[in-house]
Design a protein around this ligand. Sequence first.
Ligand SMILES: Nc1ncnc2c1ncn2[C@@H]1O[C@H](COP(=O)(O)OP(=O)(O)O)[C@@H](O)[C@H]1O
Ligand SMILES: [Mg+2]
Length: 234
Amino acid sequence: MLLVNNLSVGYKGLLAIQDASFKVNKGEIVSLIGSNGAGKTTMLKAILGLLKPMKGEIRLNGEVISGQPAYDVVKKKISLVPEGRRLFSRLSVQDNLLLGAYTVQNKDVIAESLEMVLRLFPWVKERAGQRAGTLSGGEQQQVAIARGLMSRPDLLMLDEPSLGVMPKVVSEIFTTVERIAAEGVTVLLVEQNVFEALQVCHRAYVLQTGRIVMEGTGPELSQSDLVRKAYLGM
Ligand SMILES: Nc1ncnc2c1ncn2[C@@H]1O[C@H](COP(=O)(O)OP(=O)(O)O)[C@@H](O)[C@H]1O
Ligand SMILES: [Mg+2]
């Protein structure tokens, strides 16, 4: 579904992604793990067309999307749940969700999407009128994910969904990721929470200072010396 080929992305004078290649197959949960500053967000922004690659190519279902502007890329059934959630805190939960469907014209489709996200997040039903800013961190993250699903993406990209969520709620976020995948949505999960990200994914890539240094299944990476030493503190 997603193919990233020899991608390099830079900010003035700094190469944040260097010659990175990876792929996400339909139906997979793929984790991209790495510490702070490794280039994870840069990668997601490049995929979405918010940053222009200096080199390489990004394909979505065979079509080259690198070089296309973000407003065209978001129409292609790809959705990003940004780092830090970015909800409109003074708007209601329901209005935040509806804003996620801004690329959708058809009212029936929007109603159907709302039904789908309420099936995934039943608690949202009773809280639909509540201001988003008054929810807990974990609840806000779930609403942000739900908003990302309102455009009915084939590929959902999550930028550190466990960040700023209370430890006891973190596993709920990852369970949510698994339930989304069970609905047929392909997931690219970017995380610093390496332990949990490796538990839920089918495959994972390790990003270190802009380079992909390792790939494998969750269990393979959990058992590797590099991951155990650098990310799991073992
Ligand atoms: N807007 C920017 N301008 C210049 N450098 C940036 C910008 N955003 C990120 N960087 C740099 O690019 C590198 C990768 O950052 P980022 O993709 O945000 O990492 P991560 O999401 O893995 O924490 C870091 O060295 C960071 O300082
Ligand atoms: Mg980041």
